[in-house]
Design a protein around this ligand. Structure first.
Ligand SMILES: [Fe+2]
Length: 192
């Protein structure tokens, strides 16, 4: 099946071409940490990947119907994903549970928001080259802004097993719903 077809087969999402995964694994092996990677190491990794478009471009998928993601690399310390964003596609507010994160725009622009309490949000327009990092418990939302598709690279350590999706019900009560780390996030009931 073509990588650019609209159908999303789960095995394909999780099956990066071996040469890409091997090369990415070499970048990971250069990090000094023996256990979980630091946010600075994650940042260095996404910067290195961004500088090698032949690593991430083959995993770009253009799909107006839903946000698409492809695994680039995983081991017991880290997983790295390539996300493709089309107009209207957004995650809603969420955290990454125990995982630290670094994300970088490599094509087009995505908008990252963080909640500002008691109301509002801080926004960062992530043009190509913009990197954001967060420790465990970091809360944000990401949405498409420009590019067909916009593309971002995300690295998580420890690997993203769980996410917390923040949802507001009809009474305005906030709830954190625990989701599998590989489930597509799309609840936008919090509008800031
Ligand atoms: Fe996230």
């Amino acid at each position: 099946m073509s990588l650019n077809s609209v159908r999303q087969e789960w095995w394909e999402v999780l099956s990066p071409p071996a040469d890409l995964s091997d090369r990415c694994g070499q970048l990971v092996s250069h990090q000094r940490s023996q256990g979980d990677l630091t946010t600075e190491e994650l940042k260095g990794l996404v910067l290195s990947i961004a500088q090698a478009p032949d690593l991430w471009k083959p995993l770009v998928v253009t799909d107006p119907a839903r946000r698409r993601y492809r695994l680039l690399y995983e081991d017991d310390r880290i997983d790295i994903w390539v996300l493709s964003w089309m107009p209207g596609q957004a995650t809603g507010f969420h955290d990454h549970d125990r995982s630290r994160v670094a994300l970088m725009s490599v094509q087009g622009t995505v908008l990252e928001k963080q909640m500002l309490l008691p109301s509002g949000a801080a926004s960062v327009e992530m043009t190509p080259g913009t990197v954001r990092t967060g420790g465990a418990g970091y809360i944000h939302s990401v949405q498409h802004l420009e590019g067909l598709p916009a593309v971002s690279v995300h690295a998580y350590s420890p690997p993203l097993k769980l996410v917390g999706q923040f949802v507001v019900d009809e009474q305005g009560i906030l709830e954190r719903k625990i989701e599998h780390g590989r489930r597509e996030l799309m609840d936008n009931s919090i509008r800031l």
